[in-house]
Design a protein around this ligand. Structure first.
Ligand code: ZN
Length: 358
């Protein structure tokens, strides 16, 4: 006899914005066809979960439903499968690719799975990871992590690790040996970004920017950052120009992307430079300094999470020791400590990333 899914299981529900999350039993969905049921080992708490909880994404119509189970950084074990799922998947440890879609279209078929027109993102469109069992609509969204160490710490590779990987890979066509690249924001995303720069673009000079000394120190332990700029101590534009002998950087990867940050760091780009927007704190827009963009032929690009094939690349690189994912995770909470976890992340009391371990 195989595993029989329970009728119901424990889940953390967002019922009212900015109110404490509630732990309740919800019905367990029995997988059919190509779908699977994953027993959660750990699930990460992302800044976007904090935004969703606060109701900051309501202008964008997210989350799609209430109540919803938040969190999209899930590792677990496949415990039940529909008839259409290959048998060897059963009992495997997997990372769940959260940027799922409901049907194929020109983007998903081109491998841009995160840009599907009909999105079914975990923790935003459908229930996510803060529950004992997660229903996954198709087994194609599972990435095998069997054999990797410290499985709970793998969870944030589904969002923070993946998002920064895609953003840094975008620079390959823009930067060359000895060019300067600025990473703005050395928090949860930055902790991975500085490591990806060393792995993907080992030939560039990296400038790390953050106002928090403790974040600078934390990121510097994960990867050697060539130059540090702390805007609370120096004028960041002057300082970057000084470091680059008046030229500016070839690329900025902006992991904060608030209006003020964009307005500042677009001014440190050299001619033909590229500005990659990644973080998205809130829904407001930014002002673009049109003359600078035109006269210097600057490129501004958005980068949204990552594709399923990039998710496989991230896990393969982790398997080969190319990213220290364990050291990024600074706190491990129990399910019943979830409100405490949300509060401390919201208040910015954390470094690196945080996971809830079941
Ligand atoms: Zn996230």
């Amino acid at each position: 006899m195989g595993f029989i899914p329970p009728k119901s299981h424990m889940a953390v529900l967002l019922k009212d914005f900015y109110k404490p999350l509630v732990i309740e039993h919800i019905p367990t969905i029995e997988p059919k066809g190509e779908s699977v049921l994953v027993k959660t080992i750990a699930t990460g708490i992302c800044h976007s979960d904090i935004h969703a909880w606060r109701g900051d994404y309501r202008p964008a119509g997210l989350p799609k439903k209430l109540p919803i189970v938040l969190s999209h950084e899930i590792v677990g074990t496949v415990v039940a499968c529909g008839d259409g799922v290959p048998k060897p998947l059963l009992n495997r440890k997997v990372l769940v690719y959260p940027w799922q879609y409901e049907e194929e279209d020109e983007f998903t078929l081109a491998g841009l799975t995160q840009l599907g027109r009909k999105r079914r993102r975990l923790g935003l469109d459908v229930d996510g990871g803060l529950q004992e069992y997660v229903y996954v609509g198709h087994y194609r969204f599972l990435v095998d992590v069997e054999g990797l160490d410290d499985v709970p710490a793998l969870a944030p590779l589904a969002c923070a690790g993946l998002t920064t990987y895609r953003a840094i890979k975008k620079l390959i066509n823009y930067v060359g040996p000895d060019d300067y690249v600025a990473i703005v924001g050395l928090g949860g995303l930055g902790s991975y970004a500085v490591q990806w720069v060393k792995t993907v673009l080992p030939y560039v000079n990296m400038i790390g920017v953050d106002v928090r000394e403790e974040a600078i120190e934390f990121a510097s332990k994960l990867a050697r950052i060539d130059c540090i700029v702390n805007p609370s101590k120096v004028n960041p534009i002057d300082e970057v120009l000084r470091l680059t002998k008046g030229r500016g950087v070839r690329a900025v990867v902006d992991l904060v992307a608030s209006p003020k940050v964009v307005a500042t760091y677009i001014n440190v780009l050299d001619t033909k430079g590229v500005y990659v927007l990644v973080g998205h704190m809130g829904e407001e827009g930014v002002t673009i300094p049109r003359p600078r963009v035109i006269r210097n032929e600057l490129t501004i690009v958005g980068s949204y999470t990552g594709s399923l094939s990039e998710q496989h690349e991230v896990v393969n690189l982790a398997r080969r020791g190319k990213i220290n994912y364990s050291a990024v995770v600074t706190a491990r909470y129990r399910l019943d400590e979830v409100n405490e976890a949300f509060k401390s992340i919201e208040e910015g009391r954390t470094l690196g990333r945080q996971v809830v371990v079941m």
